[in-house]
Design a protein around this ligand. Sequence first.
Ligand code: NAD
Ligand code: UFG
Length: 334
Amino acid sequence: MKIFVTGGAGFIGSHTCVELLNAGYEVVIADNLSNAKPEAVENIQKISGKPVVFYKTDLRDLEGMRKIFTEHDIDAVIHFAGLKAVPESVQKPLEYYENNLGGTFVLCQAMREAGCRKIVFSSSATVYGMHNPVPFKEGMPTSATNPYGYTKVMIEQILTDLALADPQWSVSLLRYFNPIGAHSSGLIGEDPNGIPNNLLPYVSQVAAGLRPEVVVYGNDYDTPDGTGVRDYIHVVDLALGHLSAVKYVLEHTGVEAVNLGTGQGTSVLEIVAAYSKACGKELPYRIAPRRPGDIATCYADTEKARRLFGWEAKRNIEQMCADSWNFAKNRYIK
Ligand code: NAD
Ligand code: UFG
């Protein structure tokens, strides 16, 4: 079986490629390297001991996409490629809509021409918006508060309409909660450019001595310790969820949205404590005002993933922080 992975050099894509190769799939990657480095592709091969075919190409290049589908008999696509920084999406909405929607249109056109109609899409828990009660269930109404979130809501709709119009399509809309951690080899992980937006990359840079303290956005939420609660999921568990989704789309048609989370909430201060334990020193932090657009609590109802895919996350917060620190040490401490 041959799987085409868009954005396969990125954080979640690279971990998923490793698990696909370990499970015996062949892997073809397309990535324009706008947010990844070519070494990620080398490291995927190093970890798995297997080759991948890599195209440095942009999804919006139709001829480039056609070439891939002509040169390979693709059984299914996992579509990670997209821009993902929420604050940047507010500054550059056109770039976000153009890249995320435009890339998806071209990909789907090339898939249709090639007769490949099985796709697993990277959506996000952000589509549950600001007003649904936790735990978030797949049937709840979706909405967004920023252009990044709207691209996810819109692409979910576009792929749903495609599957309704042509019953040969099989679409899995995976709503990730908060992916963190890294592969146990320490060779691949999350390595954002500039100041990290997300909590874990920021905390790991504090642990590595690159930044003085963790900035905690708000301690007056309606949560047990007042700080924001999220459903953190180990990226390797998330990668394994994609294998289950691929099997599912290969065997079914139609469209399903599925949460990939642990169902457990962890606060910002609990993360700081767990990371301090992992890196062996108390990490300094200060309380700052709430970050606009943040909700108090976000965690998944995981029943559908268990029922449909037979998948559940296995790794705990300690493991996530230990693997994140192992990668950060390799990356930041020479
Ligand atoms: P990432 O930035 O590490 O990976 C995305 C990859 O896509 C990058 O390697 C980038 O170079 C590539 N890319 C972007 N636009 C492209 C284009 N037009 N053509 C070709 N390649 C392109 O991000 P990630 O954390 O691995 O996220 C993967 C997917 O999961 C994204 O769609 C993201 O929105 C979604 N997601 C991520 C999170 C998270 O917290 N990391 C949460 C929910 C959903
Ligand atoms: N936080 C801090 N300090 C920081 C960064 C974050 O206190 O420096 C807090 C936030 O306020 C929040 C929690 O840590 O309470 C997690 O924040 P992240 O930025 O790590 O993650 P979010 O839940 O805000 O968003 C992430 C992705 C989105 C995705 C969403 C749901 O960035 O793209 O998860 O999947 F949509």
